[in-house]
Ligand binder design. Sequence first.
Ligand code: CMP
Length: 139
Amino acid sequence: MLQRTFSIIKPDATERNLEGAILDRIQKAGLRVVAMKKIHLTRAQAEGFYHVHKERPFFGSLVEFMCSGPVVCSVLEGEDAIAKYRELMGATNPANAAEGTLRKDFAVSLEANSVHGSDAPETAAFEICYFFNALEITG
Ligand code: CMP
């Protein structure tokens, strides 16, 4: 099923100039970038994006980290894009990430884990609309 998912290349990765390396892996996995922007999130924007985690103990630290530098947001399209990108990213905690995954190869810690990807169609729909309007998404 042709599907879209939402991706963030996080501040730990942009800081280390890894956008190109990560996007190369995304494209080689067969996912197409149909929208993309580099932005520096405000606290309010990061809080809104991660609102589902607002009761979690790591919420404040997560928001702080996501505002610590620029991020690259993109919409990825492909066959089963949500599952495909989650497989490419690997486990949330890089200590548990499989060989050959983005988090195994690039992540620094559970928080500074280099990439985010939507976990379900409903979250993909919310996350895509949070950052992009219809005119900003191609093909
Ligand atoms: P992400 O996929 O962006 O979704 C929420 C983020 O919270 C997650 O990746 C991690 O980077 C971060 N995080 C920090 N601490 C934890 C934790 N204990 N459990 C899950 N996620 C955490």
